[in-house]
Design a protein around this ligand. Structure first.
Ligand code: TRP
Length: 371
């Protein structure tokens, strides 16, 4: 079987380092591994509109921001088809048919939809499009026959629902669609990176994000202000590593080579340390004597090691926005070709392909002649 990857992001803001470790970094690795037959990464503007219907300008402005973040992170339009959801009308048609395969009560039980409805305070006024977005997401995935979907763990219920739709469709109409599997980050720190304030999730509304496109002075200011261990008052006090956001970020970003390259961070006026691994650094922090500032300086260097080259690539692409739109237009064209092929198979299986079915027409003409 072909190995086909698909994933996407809602364009409601610039992408932050939570997106990066949760999915974007992995996508770039998968892309460059050369092991996959097709890779689709898309900007889910239609899904973003399901709860931003009165704010189309916000969604539109963020489409280009997300596209720039993709290119900056290393997605390569030669290897990955990058497209915009709303430009693929086939997805709407698939969703329309899938709606008959899902019950209202099943949607009401989707845990992600449930939490999101609460978070957004919809109460009794849930937009139908928002309520049914798991169905449209199943269309996004199945239109491309994707079997590998790299996303965060909050998307598991969406994948489960998509698999149910595939099974139902295939059992009723025949084996047309492919069941997708989720691909989660391996490292638990990357599953859900907390905000800089230590809160469970990075979110724009909480103002606790480090964006991929933040300038270096902003990154430093955010790292400096990060939540650590509130019990670590004196440098000499023992510190906690678990639940300490600085260490969670190191778990997500730090590589062994960083200890050699950024050894200077641990040379101070009063004390100096040499560490060869994150475990050694953690041990020292737990034992006491290691100040937060030193660890933060190191984290900043570690983050910048990833962010600085991305910032430079972004600046380059920002110089030619028409070319970025042209890249997206081509991506949409390629994506549409694939989606319309699947749609034709779906229509065929559902027996709504009247004009392509010569046999149907001749059979019925015989039947009516012989009446
Ligand atoms: N719901 C996803 C998110 O909020 C975005 C998305 C839409 C998606 N359609 C998808 C992700 C299909 C993977 C596959 O991040």
């Amino acid at each position: 079987m072909k190995k086909i990857i698909l994933t996407g992001d809602r364009p409601t803001g610039r992408l932050h380092i939570g997106h990066y470790v949760g999915s974007l970094r992995r996508r770039v690795e998968l892309q460059n591994s050369g092991e996959y037959d097709e890779i689709y990464v898309f900007i889910a503007d239609a899904q973003a509109l399901t709860d931003n219907i009165d704010n189309p300008e916000k969604v539109r402005q963020n489409v280009i921001e997300v596209a720039l973040d993709y290119l900056a992170a290393g997605l390569d339009p030669e290897k990955t088809t990058i497209f915009i959801q709303s430009q693929i009308p086939e997805l709407c048609e698939l969703s329309f048919y899938y709606m008959d395969l899902v019950t209202v009560s099943r949607l009401q039980r989707n845990p992600t939809v449930k939490t999101e409805i609460k978070m957004r305070g919809f109460n009794e006024s849930i937009p139908v499009g928002f309520f049914t977005y798991p169905i449209s997401q199943a269309a996004d995935i199945t239109a491309f026959k994707a079997n590998i979907v790299p996303v965060g763990e909050d998307q598991e219920p969406m994948l489960e629902q998509a698999r149910e739709i595939v099974r139902k469709f295939n059992s009723v109409y025949g084996p047309v669609l492919v069941e997708p599997e989720i691909l989660l980050p391996e490292n638990s720190a990357c599953l859900r990176l907390p905000g800089t304030d230590g809160k469970a999730k990075m979110s724009k509304s909480l103002g606790n994000c480090i964006y991929l496109s933040d300038p270096s002075d902003v990154v430093w200011a955010k790292v400096k202000g990060m939540y650590t261990d509130p019990g670590h008052l004196q440098v000499s006090d023992p510190g906690k590593v678990e639940g300490n956001t600085v260490f969670t970020y190191l778990d997500a970003f730090c590589r062994p080579e960083h200890f050699g390259r950024f050894a200077d961070c641990f040379v101070g006026k009063k004390q100096s340390f040499t560490f060869n691994s994150l475990d050694e650094l953690k041990d020292q922090y737990r034992a006491g004597g290691l100040g937060d500032m030193m660890v933060k300086k190191f984290l900043y260097e570690v983050l910048e090691d990833t962010l600085a080259p991305m910032r430079a690539r972004r600046a380059m692409f920002e110089q030619d926005i028409p070319a970025v739109y042209e890249m997206l237009r081509k991506g949409c064209e390629r994506a549409r070709a694939k989606a319309s092929k699947t749609l034709a198979e779906v229509r065929n299986a559902m027996k709504i392909n009247y004009f392509d079915d010569a046999e149907l027409i001749s059979q019925q003409s015989e039947m009516f002649k012989n009446k």
